[in-house]
Design a protein around this ligand. Structure first.
Ligand code: CAA
Length: 258
């Protein structure tokens, strides 16, 4: 598959990587770019040899947001009627875990798409922000919800109302990202985490991701019931039999993802 705005590769066994590749526009998330991202991510999601994915940009920019030049010519009804720009950002809908490897700008939709991933690894140069307020709009791809849940109301308000940006160390401190690493190491860190995921049973990984995401949407009681269902599904898997046998026989488990 050849793409115009992204690069796709497999940097390690079981790991699929999508790199945004519009460097002149700081990887602004145009509709054609997002269509390619979704196509590539969905292809990895349905490839049985892939256990985890990485979404990244380049060292200067993860993504500087939705494409302002594209949005400039659009009305609200255009926005409503195009299979929404916004709906294209839902990495959370993928069943396999996605790690955002973020260096440089992660602004607006760039920050939102990173937060829609399951984990974030930041380089020391990463800068997270929701500067939509400067354009007379508000975040439209999850920023008001995911950022608030990640860093709390007071800081989220400041970021969105005053365009305060968070550096990598601050993002780590406030729990927005999993790791902050030097520029020449962040990608290796992301790949290493992705490999750890990819080496596990895809059945158990999928059921775990699904249950953790429900914690955002359900009461504790509902979430616990959901977790119990997923636990029982995992308990009925061939990988459960293999995992427990491998432990008892002191050997590495051979997952079949069944
Ligand atoms: N959309 C379209 N083009 C963008 C862009 C964006 N979001 N961000 C940067 N670019 C383009 C610039 O227009 C410029 O292109 P030209 O050379 O053709 O003029 C090129 O990328 C380089 O940008 P700058 O010259 O501005 O680079 P800089 O280093 O001086 O500044 C920056 C970097 C601070 C990130 C600045 O580019 C900037 O503020 N960008 C916009 C950030 C923003 O507002 N993002 C939110 C968008 S709205 C959104 O995302 C809505 C949503 O929730 C879905």
């Amino acid at each position: 598959m050849s793409y115009q705005y992204i690069l796709v590769d497999q940097p390690a066994e079981g790991v699929g990587r999508v790199r945004l590749n519009r460097p002149k526009a700081l990887n602004a998330l145009s509709s054609p770019l997002m269509d390619e991202v979704n196509e590539a991510m969905l292809a990895f999601n349905s490839d049985p040899s892939i256990g985890a994915m990485i979404l990244t940009g380049d060292d200067k920019a993860f993504a500087a947001g939705a494409d302002i030049k594209e949005m400039d010519g659009m009305t609200a009804i255009d926005m409503l009627m195009t299979v929404s720009l916004i709906e294209r950002f839902e990495m959370q809908r993928l069943s396999k875990p996605v790690i955002a490897a973020v260096s440089g700008y992660a602004l607006g939709g760039g920050c939102e798409i990173a937060m829609a991933c399951d984990m974030i690894v930041a380089s020391e140069t990463a800068l997270f922000g929701q500067p939509e307020i400067n354009l007379g709009i508000i975040p439209g791809a999850g920023g008001t919800q995911r950022l608030t849940r990640a860093v709390g109301k007071a800081l989220a308000m400041e970021i969105m109302l005053t365009d305060r940006k968070l550096k990598a160390e601050e993002a780590l401190h406030y729990g927005l990202v999993n790791r902050a690493a030097p520029l020449d190491e962040y990608m290796d860190v992301a790949i290493s985490i992705a490999q750890k995921v990819a080496r596990r049973s895809q059945v158990a990984i999928r059921l775990t991701k699904e249950a953790v995401n429900k914690a955002y949407e359900m009461t504790l009681e509902e979430g616990l019931a959901f977790e119990r269902r997923n636990f029982l599904v995992a308990f009925g898997s061939e990988d459960k039999v293999e995992g427990m046998r491998a432990f008892i026989e002191k050997r590495r488990a051979e997952w079949t993802n069944r």
